[in-house]
Ligand binder design. Sequence first.
Ligand SMILES: [Zn+2]
Ligand SMILES: [Zn+2]
Length: 346
Amino acid sequence: MHVASAYVQKPFQVSFQDVELRPPSLGEVLIDVLGCGICGYDMEMAEYLADKPQAFGHEIVGIVREVGEGVTHVAPGDQVVLESGSFCCDCADCRNGRVDLCAKGRNFWGESALGFSEAMIAPARAVVPAPDIDPMAAVLAEPCGVAIDMVVTAEIGLTDRVLVVGTGAIGLMALAIARHKTTGPVVAANRTPGRLEAAKRVGVDAVVALRETPLKKCGEPYGGFDKILITAPPQVIPDCITAAAYGAYIVYIGSDFGGGGVVPIDTHALHFGKKQLRSSFASPALYLPQALHMLRTSAVPAKEIVSHVFPLSKISEALRTVREERDTARKVVVVPDARFESEGSR
Ligand SMILES: [Zn+2]
Ligand SMILES: [Zn+2]
């Protein structure tokens, strides 16, 4: 079958290619895409990383169209989400129970059509059943797994005071999950006011507008934060160390390929404050069944996270929205045109 697939090349050039998909072979699944979210990594590809045109889109929900030989856990018609990275089951890390350290499983990267297309092929290992859930909620499963990894890495305790810095899609989902982990205060900090309104709707005890209150001072009313989850550029890490309580864990994700990835750290503040700086990196994409459960039950409220839906033919506009409308764009989702026309925009 032939499908339209979006390709990206830096800086922010998108083209469409007519791709011929092979029938799924041993251990493969052919999937009709229902939707694909735009991730920060897609934006890094568009701005810095894609030297030549390449297929993209890895936050995928779809319907199984056809399965290859040996695929038994899904069948045609099943709604599924995809792991963007999988463990292999065979290496020493996997055999030692550290599947989180292994990304050697088969994956879909390098296929000629990915999530920003009408259909794609994925290895069965990456395909996770996602029944009984609105596809516009299921589309958040992969980034929700990223938020879960942050919460797991932070080891949030029953009464911890928690600060989440940055309230884009990952931050909002981390807030929602943290809210279920602690009876202590859960606070959101962000520069732009629109995103703080979204945080209030997700359910937090307080919001900090960083244009008015400096980040390093926002822990003072609480005696510092026990756990700080950073989903903002790395430059905020030093102020977060200041806002952290004695013994705190500070967990961050985020990259800045524009040169902002190197940050001076006050090691004395860490050492004498008994504070730990931990990075979260959800590779492989674990936790999708948990993520689907939280999205299905609205413990993570998808309606507050997905802010825009664009048809595939307008993916350039979708990318521009992510880049330029930082106050209102949370998760921007792209859906194939035929589906967009049948269901309408929201
Ligand atoms: Zn992603
Ligand atoms: Zn392995």
